[in-house]
Design a protein around this ligand. Sequence first.
Ligand SMILES: [Mg+2]
Length: 382
Amino acid sequence: MKITRITAVPLSYRLPEGKTVTMGIGSTLKRDCIIIRVETDEGITGYGEAHPGRSPGAITALVHNTLQPLLVGMNATDVVGAWQRVHRMQLSSHGLGAGTCLALSGIDMALWDIRGKAAKMPLYELLGGSHRRIPAYAGGIALGYQPAESMAEEAQSYVEQGYKAVKLRIGDTVKNDIARVRKVREVLGDDIDILTDANTAYTIADVRRVLPALADIQAGWLEEPFACNDFASYREAAKITPLVPIAAGENHFTRFEFGQMLDAAAVQVWQPDLSKSGGITEGVRIAAMASAFRIPVHAHSSATGLNHAATLHFLAATENAGYFEACVSKFNPFRDMFGSTFAIGADGCVEPPKGHGLGIEVDESIFEKYPMVDGPGYVVKF
Ligand SMILES: [Mg+2]
């Protein structure tokens, strides 16, 4: 079964007035996604999601002009071979590393969808897992900078839906952040796991002040306090307290960068994103590396039901799997455009889809509703 064509479809929507969320990387104006379609000579078509990297047009051009010619004609089930060819011929050799990794991730996901459809198996089964319940936290673009009472109220609304864990956006001022996390703990009580994400907005001085407060409220983790390549700060932060693990990985690409995290001995929670870090093939390798050191993998997940489904399958087949990041974004039509992918249960858990491959029926007629919008996805409020 040969690959005959690879297509990237960039989609966008603008956030309506009042639906903007502010966090450490700015305030959201619009959201983008890229759907990858891989066609074969046996009539099986696979779909994947590539993260748009705030530049959906560039990633789309990369798929069409550079990666497609490398892969057309290859065996569609040879995910290792396809991955290696893109890595050697483009990702590691022409200065477009992270962008190529985003594009490759979507292609790899689509190839796994093809493998599952060809084998007539759901992806979790193909990967060696089982249909099981997976704990989820309320995440996505939600719980942003707002008054402490309002954040606590929003968090409480997710608990009422069934969530046993919520993730708060911090990385504002240390004082505001501490006030917010304390208020949320007070309102939610002791039985809910409170996770925090600074979206790279902290300095090491900020982290020295915030971590004791996070330890005090028994936060589950502090995510991305620093830029992805600032391993020196990560190393320093890990020494401050053993009570709050440091999390990162949504901006780390391939097993080689996760290997650097291991070397730095500074990140105790790994968060690869299957639409960014190198796809399912690389996610399996990253999780295996982490498992040897008892590091849990709480995969980050992005915009559409394709990545959400891929992540659920992956977690259902990963020994050291942690939470599923359930997108509770205030306004995300991409999440449900192929139908609902997950439903939170009273036990705080979700399940992977049961259909073959990713188990998502893609209706391409929906794409015309979301034509790509150029321009910035976030603005920074000064
Ligand atoms: Mg994050």
